[in-house]
Design a protein around this ligand. Sequence first.
Ligand SMILES: [Zn+2]
Length: 408
Amino acid sequence: MLPRKPCLLLSVFLLAVPVFAQQPSAAKPKPRVIVVGVNGMELDIIRPLLLKGQMPNLSKVIEKGAYGKLRTVSAPNCPRVYSTLFTSTNPEEHGVTGFIVGGITANTNMLKEEPVWSMLSKSGITVGMANVPATFPVMPVNGYMISGMLTRGKNCEDGVLCAPKLSEVMGGDAVYPKNLQAELLKNVGDFYIDCERMPGAGDLKGHEAEFINKWLGKVQVIRDQQTKLFDYLLTTHPTEFTFLAQSCEDRTGHWLYPITPFNVGYNPSINNVRQDAFPNQYVAFDKVLGSILEHVDENTYLIIFSDHGIKPLREFEEKDPHAHMDHEKTTPVIAKHDFADGDDVPGSFFAMGPGIKHDLRLMGLGASVYDVAPTLLHIYGIEQPKQMRGRILTEIFDGSENKVAMQK
Ligand SMILES: [Zn+2]
């Protein structure tokens, strides 16, 4: 259960007088930034799709901007990495060390360091967030917030890797301000807040193809709902800073990664059913991206990132205490990301916008999840607070030297 106490820490963050804000002059419009988080986007799967022309929208972003791997934290999982990205502090400092912390599902009350969206909000920037992991219960911002992964509700009481509908949320608010909820139910419909729970091994046995196809069908329903939600918000509630996230890709990878008989956990009755399932998630994501790009003009920054990648299980990792711990359910996972060495599963980073270099590939692991918040603050001219461990990704901006990056 969630503690019932109000969120003291974040209330303090949000009510405090801005310390670092440098208010831009009234004449100069504030930058517009759209951030899209894709849970567990795996470059090994993406690259062939790009080559085959099956991700035309992401290709466009790569041509017009900078991209590369994004170093993540050790034993990465979604709440752990997103909270690191929000605060640019390490998991022990910000407190959201995993899905469950001290026996309780991770929630925003646990965040001990100020997240970037709170800093932007306090600086007078309008903030809109939808389906971003680890933002439940929602917090007041100068705009709106709709929670994402770890939202609790009917048939998803612990909030861990399941999907309550907006109308079925329990144990806290999923929408800020409250009156936005009725508006969304009316104009967008009753949508699933997170991706579908994966089936258990027992359910699958003997019904593999049926379960897999049914599950993938539900995943697409959820993605269609998200696309409609994002489009509605970007159209009717445009904000200077917008942060949207998707999570079905990662879950698909966990049990339907296109592995071969040489990989650990290979079970032909599951793994031969839909070898296209995981790559198809990114083809489908590219269409969502196309709908978001309709709202991106030459003055808009677009940042797409993933919190980690995902790789097939490795034999020796089966003896690792982390092996098969992903998602904590009984699903027969054949790929995972909470490897002790986070460098085994880097995330990815794509950025384009005014003053960002074109066709720039970031080499190595020079950019990390810690660097996203300082870079966002930099775009808005806000000084990086001293607790932030990351750095501004100066190499992506025009006029910088290519010390870390390489121009193609
Ligand atoms: Zn995962």
